[in-house]
Design a protein around this ligand. Structure first.
Ligand code: FE2
Length: 428
């Protein structure tokens, strides 16, 4: 695997150019809309099997299933169907959360030996992202992963015909996005890095509620907050096209209605099914535009302090909205969805009410909106202050920051982190 530091988005020349132009300078350049074909509901897996049978010659029927030790339990449901079409398969069940580079070397080696035509990811964001990167490196080992910019063509799928994603959480949206997050363990402390190319968008996403119905409450809540951050954060970045706006707005409505139900009553399959769709819609929303800076703040904070991705980005969602409101009023579109009446109110009062309503929703799921209230894990203030420069640096050097509609600097990042300790509203 060819690998150099830094990533393209950490290159000073690109950062300087984007900072001087402002994130808005590149709007309109990337307005494509990519998606997997989505097979949902009880017949989704059968649909997948029939499709593979119809389109793959018998000698090409080899699938590598990638999962982790928890999601391995779901593989039988898939392999039983693959056997009906005489599809040979192998299972790699060792993906660890927030995939380190060295793991990809293992899965690529497996591909070189087994030569699958289909990669099937069964898992949450880490498993799906590991599978995307496996395909990338297997197909193009000579390509520098970290310098792959989101525009242009790489030429994947000369070896793998189909990339299939079967999510087992409802939040990441990775089943339909062009992004994959990995951990660069060569840095100290390790840093999350993003790879973005439309060629890793899965070909088929299967949304079957059976794969998400056993999620424990914490995972339901945290991954659901990830979907909330995707849709709200991306909506207020002002990057949207009407396609993207439609996905984000509907996702937010669904999340508000169904996430509390799925969290409190895990056996509520209607809520589970709606959350599954909402997460995919939010994935189409942010994946075809850009996430909010809640994701650059959350990537850095989550990695440095060991906090779940969804909980981290959920915590920073109010700050992401607050920060962008100097350059856009799009937050006002979200007021009715959060039950906030617009008529007859001053803008400042309206924003306060909206912000409170957003925070109340997050609190209703037993999640925090400031660092000092975090319980899993508890972070002490001294340690937090000690690491502010590091988290601000990692957050600024995150791909998402580069595209912020409001220009962002390392100093601004540090200040947002300072304010996030006890939930101070953004006043700069
Ligand atoms: Fe996310």
């Amino acid at each position: 695997m060819v690998r150099e530091k830094p990533t393209w988005y950490e290159t000073p020349a690109i950062q300087d150019m984007m900072t001087s132009l402002g994130g808005k300078a590149v709007r309109g350049v990337m307005s494509n809309y990519f998606s997997a074909n989505i097979l949902a509901g009880k017949v989704g897996l059968i649909g997948l099997t029939e499709y593979l049978e119809a389109t793959l010659d018998p000698e090409d029927r080899r699938a590598l299933i990638i999962c982790d030790d928890f999601t391995q339990r779901y593989t039988k449901k898939v392999t039983d169907l693959l056997e009906t079409i005489d599809m040979d398969y192998q299972i790699y069940a060792k993906v660890i959360p927030e995939v380190p580079f060295y793991q990809i070397e293992e899965t690529v080696k497996l591909c070189e030996e087994f030569k699958p035509k289909v990669l099937i990811a069964i898992g949450g964001g880490s498993v799906m992202d590991a599978t995307k990167i496996t395909m990338f490196v297997y197909e193009k080992p000579e390509e520098n992963l970290l310098l792959t910019i989101p525009i242009g063509s790489i030429g994947l799928r000369k070896k793998i015909k189909y990339l299939v994603a079967i999510p087992t959480t409802s939040g990441t949206g990775s089943e339909v996005t062009s992004a994959a997050v990995l951990t660069d363990t060569d840095r100290n402390p390790p840093k999350k890095i993003e790879i973005m190319t439309s060629e890793v968008v899965p070909d088929i996403a299967v949304l079957d509620t059976d794969f998400v119905k056993d999620m424990p409450p914490f995972l339901t809540m945290a991954t659901g907050l990830d979907a909330l951050a995707h849709s709200v954060g991306s909506y207020v970045t002002n990057w949207g096209t009407p396609y993207v706006d439609a996905m984000n707005i509907t996702a937010i409505k669904e999340i508000i209605k169904y996430l509390p139900r799925a969290y409190k009553h895990g056996s509520d399959l209607e809520a589970r099914a709606h959350m599954q769709m909402a997460a995919t819609m939010a994935g189409l929303g942010f994946g075809n535009s850009i996430p909010g800076i809640d994701h650059s703040l959350g990537h850095s904070f989550g990695k440095v302090f060991g906090v779940h991705h969804g909980l981290s980005v959920g915590l920073f969602t109010p700050y992401s909205v607050d920060f962008q409101r100097k350059v856009t009023d799009r937050w006002m579109d979200l007021c009715p969805i959060f039950g906030v009446e617009i008529k007859g109110k001053q803008k400042e009062d309206l924003f306060k009410e909206f912000m409170q309503s957003l925070k109340d929703f997050i609190h209703s799921l037993d999640a925090p909106t400031c660092v000092k209230d975090l319980k899993n894990p508890v972070i002490n203030k001294e340690e937090y202050v000690d690491k502010l420069d590091l988290v601000a640096d990692y957050a600024f050097n995150d791909a998402v920051s580069l595209f912020s509609y409001r220009t962002i600097t390392p100093e601004i990042m540090r200040k947002i982190f300072e304010y996030a300790w006890d939930g101070k509203p953004i006043d700069f």
